[in-house]
Design a protein around this ligand. Sequence first.
Ligand code: NAP
Length: 328
Amino acid sequence: MPHAIRIHQTGGPEVMHWEETDIPTPGKDEVLIRHTAIGVNYIDVYHRNGLYPVPERPFTPGLEAAGVVEEAGEGAEDYTPGMRVCYCKGPLGAYGEYRVIHRENIIPIPDAISDMHAAAAMLKGQTAHFLLRRLYIAQEGTTILVRAAAGGVGLFLCQWAKFMGARVIGTVGSEEKAAFAAENGCDFPIVYTKENVEERMLEITDGEKCHVVYDSVGKATFDESLNCLMPFGTMVSFGQSSGPVPPVDPLVLMQKGSLFLTRPSLLHYKRTREEYLYGAAELFDLIMKGKMKVHVGQSYYLSDVADAHRDLEAGNTRGSTILLPPSS
Ligand SMILES: NC(=O)c1ccc[n+]([C@@H]2O[C@H](COP(=O)([O-])OP(=O)(O)OC[C@H]3O[C@@H](n4cnc5c(N)ncnc54)[C@H](OP(=O)(O)O)[C@@H]3O)[C@@H](O)[C@H]2O)c1
């Protein structure tokens, strides 16, 4: 019998149970996939702990995976058995050995890219894509600050921004992460546990500050991130690894320099098939040309996903985290 992770009640990592499931049958426009590698993302933690409510119970979490087509439903016959595909915009259900998914949500994996790398890159790389190529177009002369610069999304952001010519400042929790970020496009890693971020950022920018801050840490860093922006700078609050950001008084944005504040979601920026394919095409192209490295920092058996979540929440991971189903 195949297995999947199921959550009956939200809570800590222990609420994720390894349970037997049936192999689903693909309906119209759907494809049955056998997963070979599953991506872990911080949003999975928010679904697990209830910060992002999931109406259905029990549910299988996970938005990102790579695998092999086993069977196609009516209208999806161009996805033939054996084709390698990946996806990153759900719906929930990636933490299982098999799943069915709508054909619009999957993308073929190029021969030169492994399943593991596709699952490690799709969600985080597509996030970096919309943040840098759609939300705020980074270019030569742009100074950006990336929070959690050695993290999953952080490494893609640093590499991509550097490729686009930006000056990249990053904050990280340790010297080891600083060295890793520096190897991956971060010009100025700041170890926030040892250095004062604002002071160091002012030194690096000669007092000019940054055009844009990409802040995925949230509660712990939000105010400091606003202070790192030059007048008319853009604050991109796109996550909350340290907890949700408290309500913001718009007047603060005026006081700190007529700032712009946005709280974007991948699902909105990638809502059309066209945008989804565009991001994947640019991402795969950079990976295949060697301009973007995919770092699988750690992998776990799917049945050990609780350990993966514990490590992610403790800040003990770097780069992407992958879950491996038993058959992979
Ligand atoms: N809006 C969107 O569409 C979108 C899409 C994808 C991801 N995201 C967000 O982006 C963020 C990064 O996701 P990811 O999967 O790549 O995770 P990640 O950045 O690899 O992991 C979180 C990192 O955040 C840092 N951190 C700082 N304070 C923390 C705290 N109190 N607790 C836990 N971590 C803390 C740690 O790095 P240091 O040790 O260096 O501090 C940790 O390694 C998440 O907040 C996620 O929700 C948003």
